[in-house]
Write a protein of this length. Sequence first.
Length: 132
Amino acid sequence: FMEALALSQAIGFHYVISLSLLIIIIANLVILFIDDFHKVHKYMWYLTPMLFGILAITLISGFSIFAMMQFRINFMIFLMIIASIAVIVFEIIRIKKLRIIRKKPSLIKSYIKQSRIFYAIYLFATLIFFIG
C-alpha cells in the first residue's frame, strides 16, 4: 500500500512539473510571434534556462518513477525518454543557430520560422503525453 501511494505521489509531482514545462513551451511559442527580434531574443534569454531547468527536473523525477516501477519500460515511457532527448538536442541546435544569426541578421526570419516549428513539435509532444 505504501509503495503504491509513493508511486502515485511521484507521478503527481511529475505531472505538476510537466505542466510547468508545458507553460514554458506555450510562452516560448507565443513569444516567437512578436515582430521585434530583439524582444523575442530578450524573452527567450530568460525562458531558455527555465526550460532546461524544468526539463532536468522532469527527467530526474521521471527516472525516479522509472526506478520505482523496477525499470519496466512501456511505450509511453520510451516516448517520453525520446521526446526529452529530442527537446535537448533541438534546443542546442536552436542556440547554435542563434550564434550564427548574430553575425548574419538576414537569417532572422528562417531562425524564427524554425524555432516556431520546434516549439510546435514540443507542444504537440507534450500534449500527447497529457492526453495519453
